[in-house]
Write a protein that binds this ligand. Structure first.
Ligand code: C5P
Length: 259
C-alpha cells in the first residue's frame, strides 16, 4: 500500500509572541547597510522584509542567502503583477530560493492569483523543497489616501481592500498586506476572516508618519486584528530622542507586551 505523503504547510501562519509579529523593513540600497541593521538587532528574532530596492540591486538569491546565514527569516516584498503565466513562473522562481514569505499584487486577475499558488506549490513539489513560503497579496498600498483610491479605483480604500482580499481568499492565498485601519473589517468579514493580515503603515506615537497615510500604532494594529507588523523607518531611522534601532524595537515590544 502506498503511504500518503504528509502535506507541507506554509512556513508559519500565526505569530505566537510580540517579537514574532515584527517584520523590519530593510529599505536600503546595498546589502552592507542591511547587514549592519540585522547585526544591530541580532538579539531579536524578528523577520526582515526586503523590497525591490535591495532585491533588484543585489539579486534575490544573494539577499536571501545572506539573511538566512544570520539565522533570520525573510519576507521578500516582490509585489509581482503580470499576466497569469508570468506570475506563476515568478512565484515558482522565488519559492526555489526559500524565503519564509513573499507577495504578489492582489489586484492581479483571478487567473494570476491561482497561477501564483500553483507556481509556489509546484516548486515545492517538483524540487523537493522543505519549506512552503507564505504567499500574500498586496491590497491597496498604505501610502494611498481615500482620494487617490477614488481616482485610481473609483472606490475608497476600505472597499477596494475588501474586494481584493476576498479575491485573495477565494483563490487560495494565505494572507494579505493591508493597512491596520482595514484589519478589523477583514477579520470580521466571513469571506476574509481566515486570511493572515500583514500590516505596514505602523507608526508608534513617537514616530513621524512620513509618506504613510493609513496608519495605526503597533498596539492599536494588533487590537484591530493585525497578525504581523511591518515597521521600517520608526526602527531603522528612529528619532534621536528614542535612541538606536534596538531602543526603538524595545519600545515597540514594551507597548505590545503591555497590551
Ligand atoms: O518605513 P515604513 O514603516 O513606512 O516602511 C513600510 C514598508 O512597507 C516599506 O518597505 C513599504 O514598501 C512597505 N509596504 C507598504 N505598504 C504596502 C506594502 C508594503 O508601506 N501596502
Amino acid at each position: 500500500m502506498r503511504r500518503k505523503k504528509k502535506a507541507i504547510l506554509p512556513y508559519m501562519l500565526k505569530p505566537k509572541s510580540p517579537i514574532e509579529r515584527v517584520m523590519v523593513a530593510l529599505d536600503f540600497d546595498e546589502l552592507e547597510e542591511a547587514v549592519s541593521l540585522i547585526e544591530a538587532l541580532r538579539a531579536y528574532p524578528v523577520t526582515f522584509k526586503v523590497g525591490n530596492q535591495l532585491g533588484t540591486y543585489e539579486g534575490w538569491l544573494r539577499v536571501i542567502q545572506t539573511i538566512h546565514s544570520t539565522g533570520a527569516k525573510i519576507f521578500c516584498d516582490t509585489k509581482f503583477k503580470d499576466i497569469p503565466a508570468t506570475v506563476e513562473r515568478s512565484c515558482r522562481a522565488i519559492t526555489r530560493h526559500q524565503p519564509e514569505f513573499f507577495n504578489i499584487m492582489a489586484d492581479n486577475s483571478p487567473a494570476a492569483l491561482i497561477g501564483a499558488v500553483k507556481g509556489r506549490d509546484q516548486a515545492v513539489k517538483n524540487y523537493g523543497l522543505k519549506k512552503k513560503p507564505v504567499l500574500l497579496g498586496v491590497t491597496v498600498l498604505t501610502s494611498i489616501t481615500d482620494t487617490e483610491s477614488q481616482e485610481l479605483y473609483g472606490k475608497v480604500a476600505k472597499e477596494k481592500v475588501l474586494q481584493f482580499a476576498t479575491m485573495a481568499a477565494q483563490n487560495g492565498l494565505d494572507g494579505v498586506v493591508c493597512s491596520p485601519q482595514e484589519a478589523a473589517l477583514l477579520k470580521e468579514n466571513e469571506s476574509t476572516s481566515s486570511l493572515l493580515l500583514v500590516t505596514p503603515g505602523i507608526r508608534p506615537e513617537w514616530a513621524v508618519a512620513g509618506d504613510q497615510s493609513r496608519v495605526l500604532s503597533p498596539a492599536d494594529a494588533v487590537r484591530a486584528g493585525s497578525d504581523y507588523l511591518v515597521i521600517g523607518r520608526p526602527i531603522t531611522k528612529p528619532p534621536e530622542s528614542v535612541g538606536s534601532p534596538a531602543d526603538a524595537l524595545e519600545r515597540i515590544l514594551n507597548e505590545l507586551e503591555e497590551m
